[in-house]
Design a binder for this molecule. Structure first.
Ligand SMILES: N[C@@H](CCC(=O)N[C@@H](CS)C(=O)NCC(=O)O)C(=O)O
Length: 251
């Protein structure tokens, strides 16, 4: 029997992409929590497999040639798992290009833009004293979230899934798109997106995948609390100097 895949994880949309994929593909895995609000992402052992100090990452003990392999970046992990299992990532080149297009659309568009929208809406107000200073950032990224939902809605008009059959491209977008209401978006304006969300939410593997690590989730720390300050220090204002210092401090 092969050893389970190690999933370096925290229950955020980027992490949930991979728990959903592992559930969908029927792969055995073991959770390795990376408490990003506490600075686990700077631990040398973690950065050895994820040099960008971000989760998710995986170690597959049964990689190519039967040797272990580590993979970071959620898109690369999804492609790897798709190739490994032959599931949800078509072998046919034309079909694969379409999946790659929508996977990269998520990685380069939805992830970063939704992430910034979340930052300016949820975190910046606790970090900056004057709300005027963040108004531009809130508007810019909310507009992008809105625009991207429109792109997806047009794409899903007459289609069940973003890239042909249900694929890793859907798995990448689903955990981010489903929280768009948190950014003040109204799904009534995006009916094809809403139908797609419902279609995916009905999948038993997705239902298992989205609750992975639920026990790790905590309510957001109170503004000004010691916990909030610790999380802000770990997550925001990162520079090369701060990451180098955190890495050394944890060595
Ligand atoms: N492009 C990366 C983004 C991953 C990412 O941003 N992860 C966040 C949590 S959602 C993280 O690990 N943050 C830790 C930090 O900011 O130091 C991926 O898709 O894997």
């Amino acid at each position: 029997m092969t050893s389970p895949i190690e999933l370096y994880f925290w229950p955020t949309p980027n992490g949930l992409k991979i728990s959903i994929a592992l559930e969908e593909m029927g792969l055995a895995y073991v959770l390795k929590p990376v408490a990003i609000g506490k600075g686990d992402q700077f631990k040398p052992d973690f950065m050895a497999i994820s040099p960008n100090n971000r989760m998710p990452a995986i170690i597959d003990p049964d990689g190519p040639g039967g040797e272990p392999i580590s993979v970071f970046e959620s898109g690369a992990i999804l492609q790897y798992l798709g190739r490994k299992t032959g599931k949800f990532y078509p072998g046919d080149e034309r079909a694969r290009v379409v999946v790659d297009e929508w996977l990269f659309w998520q990685m380069a568009g939805v992830g970063p833009m939704f992430g910034q929208a979340s930052h300016f809406r949820n975190y910046a107000p606790n970090l900056v004293d004057d709300p005027e200073k963040i108004a531009y950032g809130v508007a810019r990224y909310n507009n992008e979230v809105n625009r991207l939902l429109g792109v997806l809605d047009r794409r899903l008009d007459g289609r069940a899934f973003v890239a042909g059959d249900y694929s890793i491209a859907d798995m990448a977008s689903y955990p981010w798109i489903k929280i768009a209401a948190v950014f003040g978006q109204d799904f009534a304006a995006f009916p094809h997106v809403q139908a797609w969300l419902d279609r995916i939410a009905a999948r038993p593997a997705v239902q298992r995948g989205v609750v992975v690590g639920a026990e790790l989730r905590r309510p957001p720390p109170a503004p000004g609390s010691a916990e909030q300050k610790e999380a802000a220090k770990a997550l925001f204002g990162q520079t090369n100097a701060s990451v180098t210092a955190a890495l050394k401090g944890q060595a």
